[in-house]
Design a protein around this ligand. Sequence first.
Ligand code: N01
Length: 505
Amino acid sequence: MTSDVHVDHLVIGAGFGGLGAAIKLDEMGERDFLVIEKDGGIGGTWRANSYPGAACDVPSQLYSFSFAPNPDWSASFSPQPEIEAYLNRVAEESGTLDRFRFGTAVVDAAWEEDQQRWRVSLSDGSTVVAKTVIGAAGGLSEPRLPEIEGIDTFAGEIFHSARWNHDVDLTGKRIAVIGTGASAIQIVPQVQKLAAHLDVYQRTAPWVIPRNEHKYTGVEKFAFRHVPLVQKLSRTAIYWGRETYVPAFTRMPKLAFPAKQLALLNIRRGIADPELRAKVTPDYEIGCKRILISNTYYPALASDNVDVVTERIARVTENSIVTADGTERPIDVLIVATGFHTTEQPIAEHVRGKGGQTLAKAWAEQGQVAYKGTTVHGFPNFFQVVGPNTGLGHSSMVFIIESQLAYITDALRTMRSHGHATVEPRADVQAAWNADLQRRMQRTVWNTGGCASWYLDDQGRNTTLWPRSTFVFRQLLSRFDVAAYDVTPSSPSADGADDRKKVSA
Ligand code: N01
């Protein structure tokens, strides 16, 4: 007799990906699943990133589930608390919350070849045995802390943008923000209002275009609620508007000329000092790194209580930051907005496929690769949401997530109807998929734009972004192409022992 919990499907993560997976599994009648979430609730990145000013830079009409429209968004770019509340409401209404386990991390997920199943060890000491694992741990979940000499010795308050310490009162403090990416440009205008003095440490200037925020009126919200077609049309218009950006990113960077002019205008509008303007003007092509949106970032940098520091940080002391030119700037609070581990996913260390090889090991030489961003050779019955080369520079990740969920649920349907116990993408098919991706990548602004970014791994390969339009992605994943897979038939012994302890009926 064993006390292991047996389920058909184990989902890792309770953000957009994991919640979406739970809802879609439930809808198709695959109700025997468990969602494991290391954090204390629903939301993933939209729960973790609660820093002041956190908001979505993709319009929420599109940055939401197509099957759960929200007529109540307050504005075109929703603030983080609204998105977190939306996800909680969707979870509540889905009736799946009884199968979520919060505050528990996956320590190890190992494929048992003879049993054709996954054995998953959790941080609470328990074990779950599952036929399939859906990894939805997110691409931006593990903070990347800067390796700066002496940072451990800093005696003041220090925290990462994704681990904001709301107990620290920033009023009247001397504050430093390291980083000028998507998170930092939202944080800086908020912190500037409170700080006695703020130093912004910029290693690479971002391109920032104006934020065309639109607050929804009562009439619009009424229309969204009572005439669903209105909201659908709004979403569709935003979607296709965004798709028109694709050629500028993927083939013809010159098409981004108007966006570049807009960004330069944004600098001129927000900053009067020519020296500061020069400092914050990027020296690489727009689009090479994520294009940011803000009306308040540049005016904040131009404020009297702010310095933009571009000298390299040499070290951090107990109460200051010292730059390479020897200047020491005293601070009380250090905010690190230095991004996430994106090209070496932490979950990859914990997933062991055939022969006990971890995903991290499988990806060590070739970089992170998958088939259709979703399945990986050597890892049967493992499906990844937001896997390699599924990221976007121009549109909503929720669209990508829903495309992947359609593919995964079709895979499960196929397995069920054909009696397949396991599916695993063939090595040659996966290799051809990735060769094609990398060939397409050569022409993109991400690879040619003259910048270093988190899109690229340490070998310069872009293993994070999708280099085509999102409707092509959706089309390619619309049906589970079983011919691309090695399959094995179900065997009686693999169906679980009689002592199965189910989590749901
Ligand atoms: O992280 P980043 P982020 N010393 O990696 C700098 C999403 N997001 O948290 O450019 C000094 O973009 C680094 O400098 P450089 C979005 O997809 C979405 O801001 O590498 N500086 C950079 O300036 C985004 O792309 C929303 O030279 C160091 C910054 O830190 C992703 O999250 C909102 C350093 C890191 O920027 C990550 O954004 C917010 C060091 N040692 C975020 N190490 C939406 O609205 C790093 N830096 C949807």
